[in-house]
Design a binder for this molecule. Structure first.
Ligand SMILES: [Mg+2]
Length: 285
């Protein structure tokens, strides 16, 4: 799986990077970051070569521009418009669906991308919490049973359920850390049985949004991530090429055991491998 680059990899025209476990590790409070080896060098080199890339996290805690500024402060050259979150995808889907007001189950930054897109957001306890066309669940460590109840009542009144991340855990410096929206949505759906619209990875909504932001077809995009059920599954479903790293939730031996839609096209020894696999013709210039 590693000796040679996947067929066609050199023809890829853009890259999408996962954040946690791929470019950095945060601590559980998301306040303290450690950039992973080679990440700053790789992105700096891609930027220098004008090779298109975006970063798509499943984290919704920070608005995209705020997250991008944090990353730049740590030496990762990510422009605001190249930082994507599930809230970016949610805003796009909601605008297309005609959503005007959404109940947000999330900490203060979660709804910013929605507001930037012209959608009014309300939080639990505010006026009009049931008079919404959408419920959006993101990073919400402050969630209470009242929040879940408000979401269920909005859904019973006709709102559709949008979810940032359906991932039970992600990689941090302290190891596996629980995904809040996964737990919250589990409770809401147990009560309402409402279908959910997943906006983050591994949904094809997310990959389509990435491809559109890069101005490419999905088959021209290389997806780089640490989780077989997140980045790899999304890329395989959507016809993109996928690269796995061993710095997040999976060790190399675990990657070797993956099959079908969870098997990457290539396991990277380090992020710098991408310069060989994906952009060699640029490198030789
Ligand atoms: Mg990850």
């Amino acid at each position: 799986m590693n000796a040679t680059a996947p067929t066609g990899a050199a023809r890829l025209k853009g890259l999408m990077f996962d954040l946690d476990g791929t470019l950095l590790l945060s601590d559980r409070s998301l306040g303290n970051y450690e950039i992973l080896p080679g990440a700053a060098e790789l992105l700096t080199e891609l930027a220098r070569r004008a090779f298109p890339f975006v970063v798509l996290t499943n984290g919704s805690a920070y608005p995209p521009a705020e997250q991008a500024a944090k990353l730049r402060g740590l030496g990762l050259p990510v422009r605001d418009e190249h930082m994507l979150t599930p809230s970016s995808v949610a805003a796009d889907l909601m605008v297309r669906a005609g959503v005007q007001r959404a109940l947000v189950l999330g900490s203060s930054g979660v709804g910013q991308a929605l507001r930037d897109a012209g959608i009014e957001t309300v939080h639990v306890g505010e006026r009009g919490e049931r008079d919404v066309q959408a419920v959006y669940v993101g990073w919400y460590p402050e969630c209470t049973m009242k929040s879940i109840e408000a979401a269920c009542e909005a859904i019973w009144a006709g709102a559709r359920l949008y979810v940032a991340s359906d991932v039970p855990f992600f990689a941090t410096k302290q190891g596996r850390t629980m995904g809040y929206s996964y737990a919250i949505v589990g409770a809401i759906r147990r009560v309402t049985r409402a279908p959910m619209i997943l906006t983050g990875k591994p949904s094809l909504h997310a990959l389509r949004f990435v491809a559109r932001r890069l101005g490419l077809r999905r088959s021209d995009v290389g997806v780089v991530g640490d989780d077989p059920s997140v980045e790899i599954l999304m890329a395989r479903r959507g016809g993109a090429t996928c690269f796995a790293v061993t710095t997040g939730v999976m060790a190399r031996e675990e990657w070797e055991r993956q099959t079908g839609l969870r098997r990457p096209h290539q396991v990277l020894r380090h992020l710098g491998d991408l310069l060989e696999s994906v952009v060699p013709e640029i490198r030789s210039k």
